[in-house]
Design a protein around this ligand. Structure first.
Ligand SMILES: [Zn+2]
Length: 381
């Protein structure tokens, strides 16, 4: 199967989370046609409100599996909503000037198409080992009925891989210039200021929630985060939303709130951050915290070496290692096996006119194929 047309087929599946749009079936058809045992796994949330379709695919041609290493590829087929102002139909997989344009082409249907096609080529060769592919359907919204449930199922069925490559976009300026070994943690804090409504001309009779909130936001925005763990970029706090229930210019608002998004490195846990945010606050403020994930880092020398050599021999670049960027499903997989993350450039993901160079897609497939070759030569025996 031609990789670019497979990727285009995937883009045409409108898999905006939690919808699947046919994406999982499309990947399942392809992998089963090249010899993978496939299983579509649908998980539903406890309250029944959310159902997500996922895929587990496995190619094994050895009987004694005791000492064999198992390599996994992990990806998500869901995408974020397209939004407005695209110059083309976001789900039409348009090609223009050497680029493939479409929602999810970078994050991460391009990565999925590349590793599935590389895997298909690889398993046709003389290959003595076990290769697994995990595709999930809700990475963009928390991964509960996606990778978290899928890993649980994999563990119960004794299919956990020894190592896992995550095909999320990781490259910066050129395909192959950056590998992610981890990511910062991510936490949201909704801070609510409680006051007393009143006429702005009568200070004795009101308590201004908005002024209190603004003072707090200014103070916490200037907090001197320590930065001792240099594997990660410095911890950063951004005010991402502000709300107040006011309706007139001369009324002091009773309630105001702000959402703070914090990306944090290895110097902090979400628990430590909660304590700092509360300690810096005052009696008029209340807090509601939501942690997407703790900071994580996986420093497997062999995986780093095998991937670096594969990139170098394919595109001639010497990648650097980083733990910047947004968080990924790697944080869940790392509890069970070593992970490494490498894929397309991340410069247009979640944007309008998301696009990748078609040449990069083809080179990514070649890099993954080289990685498979080296992995099963060097690690898996
Ligand atoms: Zn992604």
């Amino acid at each position: 199967m031609d990789m670019v047309s497979f990727c285009s087929d995937l883009i045409r599946c409108r898999s905006v989370t939690p919808l699947d749009g046919g994406a999982i079936d499309c990947i399942e058809n392809f992998l089963s046609s090249v010899g993978f045992d496939t299983k579509i796994l649908t998980f539903t949330s406890k309250d029944g409100s959310n159902t997500i379709k996922n895929l587990f695919a496995r190619f094994s041609n050895i009987s004694d599996q005791l000492d064999k290493k198992v390599l996994g590829f992990l990806g998500h087929s869901d995408v974020v909503p397209a939004g407005d102002s695209w110059s083309v139909d976001p789900f039409a997989a348009v090609q223009r000037n050497g680029y493939l344009i479409g929602r999810g082409v970078s994050d991460m249907k391009g990565g999925i198409a590349a590793f599935c096609c590389a895997a298909a080529t690889f398993v046709q060769r003389h290959f003595n080992g076990i290769l697994e592919i995990f595709i999930t359907g809700d990475e963009e919204v928390g991964s509960m009925e996606g990778v978290q449930s899928l890993i649980k199922w994999t563990k119960e069925n004794d299919y956990l891989p020894s190592h896992c490559l995550i095909g999320e976009p990781s490259s910066d300026v050129f395909l192959g210039d950056r590998i992610f070994l981890g990511h910062r943690g991510s936490m949201n804090a909704l801070v609510t200021a409680h006051g007393k409504q009143g006429h702005s001309a009568c200070p004795a009779n009101y308590k201004n929630s908005l002024t209190n909130l603004c003072k707090y936001v200014a103070k916490i925005s200037a907090y001197p985060w320590k930065h001792e763990d240099k594997k990660f970029p410095c911890t950063n706090l951004e005010v991402t939303m502000l709300f107040t229930n006011n309706y007139a210019a001369n009324v002091v608002p009773e309630l105001s709130s702000a959402n703070l998004n914090i990306r944090f490195g290895g110097d902090y846990s979400s628990q430590m951050l909660m304590e700092i945010l509360e300690k810096e606050g005052n009696d008029g403020l209340s807090f509601n915290f939501n942690t997407s994930g703790e900071a994580y880092y996986c420093d497997n020398e062999v995986l780093k070496h095998v991937l670096t050599e594969s990139i170098r021999e394919t595109v001639g670049l010497n990648p650097y290692f980083s733990a910047a960027g947004g968080t990924s499903d790697g944080r869940f997989m790392l509890a069970h096996c070593d992970v490494i993350e490498f894929g397309l450039r991340d410069n247009t993901m979640h944007q309008k006119d998301e696009q990748v160079k078609i040449a990069d897609l083809k080179n990514l497939e070649r890099i993954y194929l080289a990685f498979l070759q080296r992995y099963f030569e060097n690690i898996a025996q």
